[in-house]
Design a protein. Sequence first.
Length: 263
Amino acid sequence: MLSHRNLIANIRQIGDVLNVRDDDCWMATLPLYQAFGLTVTCLMPLVEGVPVVCHPDPADAVGIGKAVARYRATLMCGTSTLLGLYSGHPRLHPLMFGPLRLVVTGAGRLDAAVARDFELRFHVPVLEGYGCTETTPVASVNLPDHLDTRWWSVQTGSKSGTVGLALPGSTFRIVDPETLEALPNGEAGRVLIGGTQIMKGYLNDPELSARALIQRDGLRWYKTGDRGFLDDDGFLTIVDRDWRSDAAGERRADLAVATECRP
């Protein structure tokens, strides 16, 4: 259950870190029945007041390339699989993606080779993010490094192999899977996500909700099934995604079975 507060909070968080501009245009290809597509490529452009170019098939590389070129789209979201498809498509000319200034990936780990091939062919930065449906969905994202011309210092916004820093208004905590006690930086454990974008709970399932959510230090935390660690700068690295031991995993398993059993 994602409240209006959850949605607006996540929209503001993403808009701030991506520095959405008045002249931006979103290339929207992700399905709206997923939180990634609904929040990031539908609701956020509406709230930010920027135009959206919609395409119903994210695997149609040439159609998407033509739409980006024709309407001068500057931002696009995708998955590692889709970026690999675009990089290897012989009919997708590199100039078609020329207007893009950023591509953000999620919904799974970004393959380093895919990111490298995409950037080499299209000359567009690929930024990996992280989140869950239960977090509306974005929890963190890598960002382009920023040169501060006042002090002539570089603010590091991304680190290869990580999923970036927690969004403003949210935080990560790495804990022991059994005791939920905090672990030191560099030590892998269960990833907890706390902040304004954490869901209210699972619909009509208070028992599962109680197992997936905890209240600590004045925040509501979502207990992910992911294993990861934080470095000293706050960048999160996901080591393993294992849903078998958490409440969310049971929910996903139920949904997967229900989907497979549809005629």
